[in-house]
Design a protein around this ligand. Structure first.
Ligand code: PMP
Length: 324
């Protein structure tokens, strides 16, 4: 659908997937005024299609819009459009075991204008892409490098919005970490370079000294929907979970005294990704002997059970898409 000042958001429609035409002066190319989301649809054994908390993604998209000066859209309308799109484009469904449908809503500035100002016109699109099972050969804990040179975001910046520039700015650090044999980067805060923020596309949780902790929302990390769900799940299980500042010094000390029990990332793609090793200031921090921990496994099984319809959904997180 399109946005103009005169008509607001209008003309929602479903069209065949094809290249789009944009003016070379479209503002998105020059000033990066664009936001996006990522969510998944899963198919149950009875071929029901389930979305996981999609209203949260639409809310977050509008929060990102607000930060990027993009006009808010009607979340109900966008959700009903998404459901229709999945109904129309259902060829992916009885595919391979474990396949899910990755859903990418995105909004970008289309006005052809070279001055720096919010665009007066926008387009909102949703594209779909089937993806295979994330863990085909069992869950492999990842090795992550703690970033010591670059920063991803600062408080007051755009870090808590899901906008392209955050990801473009992170690529250099990712490249450097990969060259050293690490698959991802763990970002520290942009001010003191001490406190843990998040991984490239995941929030992080640690089990320290019997306590589960995750970095608090400070305006520079993304408020992950998996993060929020894991917190709610732990609370439901009466497992104490604290959102607070966690410094690398604290983590290292816990490691040295044998109290760093588990670490895992949370995000739409992997759901739960255990962290087997952290590399920080030339020091290797091995966690749980590089293996998945008990808590991470339990959270993973429960979350994926709810998402794929294998287990009960006591939280009301699922939304069924009628495809008949
Ligand atoms: N942080 C960043 C920077 C991300 O891109 C993502 C993926 N959306 C996450 C955290 C995890 O968020 P979610 O659980 O909503 O996928």
């Amino acid at each position: 659908m399109e946005y103009t000042e005169e008509q607001g958001w209008h003309d929602p429609k479903i069209v065949p997937y094809e290249p789009i035409l944009l003016d070379p002066a479209a503002m998105v190319f020059h000033y990066g005024q664009t936001v996006f989301e990522g969510l998944k649809a899963y198919v149950t054994e009875d071929e029901e299609v389930l979305l996981f908390r999609p209203e949260e993604n639409m809310k977050r998209l509008n929060r990102s819009n607000d930060r990027l000066c993009i006009p808010a859209f009607d979340e109900e309308l966008a959700l009903s459009g998404l459901r229709k799109l999945i109904q129309v484009d259902k060829d992916w469904i009885p595919n391979i075991e474990g396949t899910s449908l990755y859903i990418r809503p995105f909004i970008f500035a289309t006005q052809p204008y070279l001055g720096v100002a919010p665009s007066k016109t926008y387009r909102f699109m949703i594209i779909l892409s089937p993806v295979g099972a994330y863990y085909k050969e069992g869950i492999n804990p990842v090795k992550i490098a703690v970033e010591s040179e670059f920063v991803r975001a600062v408080t007051g910046g755009t870090g808590s919005a899901k906008t392209a520039g955050n990801y473009a700015g992170a690529m250099k650090a990712q490249e450097v970490a990969e060259a050293k044999g690490y698959s991802q980067v763990l970002w520290l805060d942009g001010k003191e370079h001490r406190y843990i923020e998040e991984v490239g596309a995941m929030n992080v949780f640690f089990k320290l000294n019997g306590e589960v902790v995750t970095p608090e929302l400070n305006g520079s990390i993304l408020e992950g929907i998996t993060r929020k769900s894991v917190i709610e799940l732990l609370q439901h299980w009466d497992i104490p979970i604290t959102e607070r500042k966690i410094s690398m010094e604290e983590l290292y000390e816990a490691y040295q005294s044998g109290k760093l029990e588990e670490a895992f990332g949370t995000g739409t793609a992997a759901v739960i990704s255990p962290i087997g090793e952290l590399y920080w200031n030339d020091k290797k921090i091995t966690i749980n002997n590089g293996e998945i921990g008990e808590l991470a496994q339990r959270v993973y099984d429960t979350m994926t059970g709810i998402q794929t319809g294998r287990t009960e959904d006591p939280f009301g997180w699922r939304m069924t898409v009628d495809i008949d």
